[in-house]
Design a protein around this ligand. Structure first.
Ligand code: GLU
Length: 437
């Protein structure tokens, strides 16, 4: 499915016009024709229009539906006039509403999808074991029993659910989930070749904070602490650390649907005052010449800890996962956050290295690119379809959210999304004449 994805040749961050802002003046006549045809088809009943939008998994506060929102709200629940409906509607907005009315969004039958996903969530809720194993004291104080899931399709259809009231709105620090995003950021800034001169792309087979390097004296990959610290050293190394943190937060925000990135200051302070392992790792790396010229160990580490403390909820995290699923364009903000090539690299390493030293097992069982963090956060990408986010802080022996892994397993049992799911389809059974056999 290629619609919606317009990726530039090079990946400058979020400076390109949003998809619905036109470089050339929009064609008003064509937009008006499209809007009139839609109005003739859908009618002006405000309640029905609202229902149509919501059943498809969109909401009227979606920035892409600005004209429709104004018309429906202006009608105060009554009848929307044709003029109001067509007033400022762009071709893009009319196109989105048209596809929605045709059932042609990425997830065609959203109500059924929601019911099935909620069922998987309920199953996963039963996996209520695991420990808060974090060495970060402030993180260990979070509610261990929170459980939430969010999904965002590449067309921006959304759904979130929590086990208890309010769980679905809980903020959590991203921790290692941010490693995948920062890897994309660094690739955009320095390019693949230079980046991978400093960081490898093999699973290490060892713990995430192990003091170890590959045979070329590089961290094994960007998804481990060692690689993630070197990644941070490549993000605008000459800037003040606060400005670097702001820069990363802005990219996070563009990819995560446009809402402000939170920051868990207590977790940042807690980790900053007790980061012995990460310091040891950094000095070890400096001894081996791992840091790029011109970068500073202390600042790189500070930025790394700040990035781990960026806060999200499942809504924002699923939007970021959907940006990756959508080839680097955020479905909600329409911002080009990453180039397609960057996304391909990020997803490749999420698939092979994203789940700590459980990555091979996760690839075997689930077959989807994912990244987890010690806070219990997990993002799962279904390329070309949707992004999922799970939050549940109880961790299994390898440091992944127990319920997150359980939910992922159930997901690929219910939907044919494992990377090798196509080989499960018997072509003989798919032939029309097979019924005669
Ligand atoms: N801030 C954590 C650390 O550096 C992140 C670990 C993780 O989520 O894997 O140890």
């Amino acid at each position: 499915m290629t619609r919606h994805i317009r990726t530039p040749a090079s990946g400058a961050f979020a400076t390109r016009p949003a998809q619905f802002e036109h470089a050339n003046p929009p064609d008003q006549d064509r937009a008006r024709e499209a809007a009139k045809a839609l109005f003739a088809r859908l009618g002006g009943d405000a309640a029905k229009l609202r229902d149509l939008i919501e059943r498809a998994g969109l909401t009227l506060d979606d920035p892409r539906l600005g004209c429709l929102r104004a018309a429906v709200e202006g009608a105060g629940g009554g009848v929307v006039g044709e003029d109001a409906f067509c007033a400022t509607m762009s071709e893009a907005e009319a196109g989105l509403i048209g596809r929605l009315a045709d059932g042609d969004l990425a997830i065609a039958n959203f109500p059924v999808f929601k019911t099935r996903v909620a069922g998987l969530f309920d199953y996963a809720a039963g996996a209520d074991w695991g420990e808060m194993r974090s060495a970060i004291p402030a993180l260990a104080k979070r509610d261990p029993d929170a459980f939430a899931m969010g999904v965002c399709s590449i067309d921006g259809q959304r759904f979130r659910i929590g086990l208890r009231d309010g769980d679905e709105k809980t903020d959590f620090s991203l921790q290692s989930v941010m490693k995948a995003v920062n890897y994309g950021v660094a690739l955009e800034l320095v390019g693949t070749e230079l980046y991978h001169r400093h960081v490898g792309r093999e699973p290490s087979g060892q713990g995430y904070n192990e003091i170890t390097l590959d045979e070329r004296k590089r961290p094994h990959n960007p998804m481990l602490n060692a690689g993630a610290i070197i990644t941070c050293s490549m993000i605008h190394p000459t800037w003040q650390v606060e400005a670097r943190h702001d820069f990363v937060s802005r990219i996070w925000r563009a990819g995560a649907g446009g809402a402000e990135a939170g920051f868990a200051r207590d977790i940042y302070e807690s980790e900053a005052s007790g980061s012995d392992r990460n310091y040891a790792l950094s000095y070890f790396m400096r001894e081996h010449g791992c840091f790029p010229e011109g970068s500073d160990l202390h600042e790189a580490l500070d930025l790394y800890i700040r990035c781990c403390s960026i806060e999200s909820d499942v809504d924002r995290l699923s939007a970021m996962a959907a940006t990756l699923a959508n080839g680097g364009v955020c479905p909600l903000t329409e911002r080009h956050v990453f180039s397609r090539q960057t996304v391909r690299h990020v997803l490749s390493l999420m698939l092979t290295c994203g789940m700590y030293d459980f990555s091979g097992e996760f690839a075997f069982q689930v077959g989807l690119p994912a990244k987890s963090g010690v806070s219990g956060a997990l993002m799962i990408v279904v390329p070309g379809v949707a992004g999922f986010a799970v939050y549940s802080p109880r961790l299994g022996p390898k440091g992944n959210s127990v319920r997150g892994v359980e939910f992922s397993r159930r997901l690929v049992e219910a939907f044919p999304w494992h990377v090798y799911a196509p080989v499960m389809v018997d072509p003989d059974l798919a032939r029309p004449d097979s019924a005669k056999a």
